[in-house]
Each structure stands twice: as C-alpha cells, then as structure tokens.
Design a protein around this ligand. Sequence first.
Ligand SMILES: Cc1cc2nc3c(=O)[nH]c(=O)nc-3n(C[C@H](O)[C@H](O)[C@H](O)COP(=O)(O)OP(=O)(O)OC[C@H]3O[C@@H](n4cnc5c(N)ncnc54)[C@H](O)[C@@H]3O)c2cc1C
Length: 413
Amino acid sequence: MTDCLIIGAGPYGLSLAAHLSALNVDFRIAGTPMGAWVSTMPDGMCLKSEGFASSLFEPSGTFTLGAFCASEGIPYAHTGVPVQKATFVAYGQAFQRQFVPSLEARTAVLVTRQGNGFTTRFADGGSITSRRVVSAVGVERYAQVPAPLQALPAALCSHSSQHSSFAEFAGQAVVVIGGGSSAMDAAAALRRQGARVTVVARRSTVRFQTPLGQRSLRDKIRAPMTVLGPGWKSVLCTRAPLLFHYMPDEFRTKVVTRYLGPAPAWFVRDQVEGHIPIITDTTVVAAEAKDGGTQLTLRTHDGATSTLVADHVVCATGFKIAMDRTPFLDRELVAAIAHVDGAPKLSRNFETTVRGLHVIGPAAANSFGPMLRFAAGAGFASRRLSRHIASAQASRPRRRHAPVSAEARVVDA
Ligand SMILES: Cc1cc2nc3c(=O)[nH]c(=O)nc-3n(C[C@H](O)[C@H](O)[C@H](O)COP(=O)(O)OP(=O)(O)OC[C@H]3O[C@@H](n4cnc5c(N)ncnc54)[C@H](O)[C@@H]3O)c2cc1C
C-alpha cells in the first residue's frame, strides 16, 4: 500500500508531488500532465494571470515560469506581457519531467474505501491501494450549462471546456453564452477559426480588465500588487488563507463567489470588440433543435423577447463545484463528505470529512479563499499538505512489508 495517491497532474497535483518527493514521502500520482490546460482551454489564448503569478511550485522555488522562459528564449515579463497557453503548458510539462518523473498517465475511474485506506481503479484496468487520496482534478467535471439549454443534443450545444481548437466550427454560426473571461476567450478562438460568432451576455456590459501599465508609488501603496492582482483585499486573500478558513461558511461562500468577478483580460478586447456582436442584458429562456440547428428564445431584462438561430451554442457559463458530481468518487464516499454549497468542507490540512481523503485546487477555494482558484494557490496548498502528510508518515510505527504476491503485482499495474 502506498502512503498517498494524487489524482490529477495540473498545477496543484504536480506542485504537491514535487514537495512530497523532496520530503521522501512514499506517493504515486496519476493524470495527464497539464491535461486540462491542453484540452479544455482554447488554443491561442493567453492566461489572465500575470507572468509572476503563473508558476508551479517546487521546494527550491527556482524553476519558475520566468526561469523556464529565459532558458527557452520565450519573451517574458513579471507583468504586462500576456503568457501564452502554449508556453504555460510547455512549462508545466517541463516541470513534470524534472520534478515528477514518476507520473503515471492514467485516469482514475473509481475510488472506494478499503479498510484504513482507499482503492483507486483506473480506466486501464489496474488499481492502486493507498492510505490517502488527494483529489487535484481541477474544475473540468463541474461545468455548468444553463437549464434551458440542457436538453439540446451534444451536436448542437456544448460547454466551452469541451473544446480547445474550435476548428470544427469554421464557417458556422455559433452563439457563445456568457460575458466573462471564458466567453471572450471562446468567442475570439471561434473567430480565429472562421466561425460567425454572436455573444449573448446577462450583464449590461462586458467589463474588460484595464492594463496595469506603470504603477506609481502611490498606486503601490493604495493597492499593493499580489498574485491575484492589485488591492488590499487581495493582500489578505494571499497572505492569510488560514484566517479565511476560520471565517463562517456563509462569509467564505459569499467572498469566493463575488470576489474577482468574470472580467475578461484586457488583451482580448481588440479581438472581440468591433468584430463580434455582443447582445447584453439578455438571457436565454428557451432553446429547441430546429432545421439542423438551434433556435434560442432570448429575453432582455426589461422583458422583451426575440429569437436567435445558430448552428451551435457554446456555453461559456463557468463551473460550480459539486462533490456529488465527482465521477470517480464512490457514492458511499460522496455521502460521507460534508459540503457547503457543493464544495467540500476541509480541515486546515485540506482533509474532507472522510479521513485520508484530501481535496486541493479550485474545489478548496471555499475553505481557503479565492487564491485557490488560481495556479498561484498551489504554493500554499502543496507546502501545507506535504508537511502534514510527511509528519503523519514519520509518526507512523514502521512495519516490515510482507512480500508482494504475484496477484498483487498484476493488480497494481
Ligand atoms: C478558461 C479558464 C482560464 C483560466 N485562466 C487562468 C489563469 O490565467 N491563471 C490561473 O492561475 N488560473 C486560471 N484558471 C484556473 C485554473 O483552473 C487553475 O489555474 C489551475 O489549472 C487549477 O489547477 P489544478 O491542478 O487544480 O487543475 P487542472 O489544471 O484543471 O488539472 C486537473 C488535472 O487532473 C487530471 N484529471 C482529471 N480527472 C482525472 C481522473 N479521473 N484521473 C486522473 N487524472 C484526472 C487532468 O488530466 C489534469 O491533469 C483558468 C481556468 C479556466 C477554466
């Protein structure tokens, strides 16, 4: 039995693995390196986070995105130079090769409780037993589609996270639902691929971020820079995630939902404004398949209705963490995980109410604050959880291992 299995190889899973490795913890990690970034984000997009806030974490703190870009000759600045998705993916994969070479590229399909630990089964037929499981699977499984669109067939309606290239929509009329960052990234990617795009947004305006530009001393005092952007609230969120953890559930849920709204990045503005019609103040109230496409019924906030016809609808309507939608968690485990508004209630060591089952990444934001929604939160999570796991392993009485049977070797393939 291994001590710890990490499921997921994005910024959080890889950073935790790098820390556990340095502490000589017996662990295994499964997932596709930077898999979500490769296949669920538009090709050609740039990160909204600044360069200095887009690193993964290993104990020495030297293999940063900046160091990687310098070694590869890729243009980089701490702020002001948007980071290409392709650069971030290449950096994450280089991080994996250097610090987490033991990564197993396999997909977990079922985690069940087994005595004092867990058995995790994989799509390839193998399984791993472990004392702990750390779920670091990001948000992909928690995609939200508005109710009126849920009955449309997959050929007519999809979630933005189901695409990376959008090439299949060349020449088609596509409606993007949403007014946030994902919506503008998807709309820009669709336009690059030659689709005829219309955006439908609930808000009265799409509020793009403004570029930071040169910051005076006064700016720096009034709104100090953090990995979440400038401002004293962000200072609190990044410096005091454990203080956030002490706050009442209702306060934490409200802050995580409202803080750092969906503002699209400043550099997407030119690709969208003046090129793509944006229908604001409007929601989709009904949708039906018609003549090989989709007919949407729209309603403005003052009650006027209209119809809009498209070949396909892309819902860039975000994600909502809901532990009961985690596909690989056995129902008995899901039932035992206490949650608040769908997100797991976590201890100060990222442990759910199921002993030995931990959750890191955006699903931990309700417990530790908005920083955990971003790659930048992986430093705090991996330092804290790796120390906890290492000290628990060190305090366990050592037992001699029984010889592994031939059957066990096959199962643990
Ligand atoms: C459109 C969009 C733009 C974003 N832009 C930014 C940004 O600019 N900056 C920023 O910091 N954050 C951004 N984020 C937030 C992003 O979620 C985090 O940065 C970060 O990727 C979260 O890391 P993670 O390791 O928790 O999950 P992910 O990066 O989502 O990685 C999940 C990992 O889990 C693996 N996995 C999933 N299911 C299984 C399974 N069953 N078995 C095995 N492995 C599995 C995947 O293969 C992948 O390796 C953005 C998110 C979205 C959706």
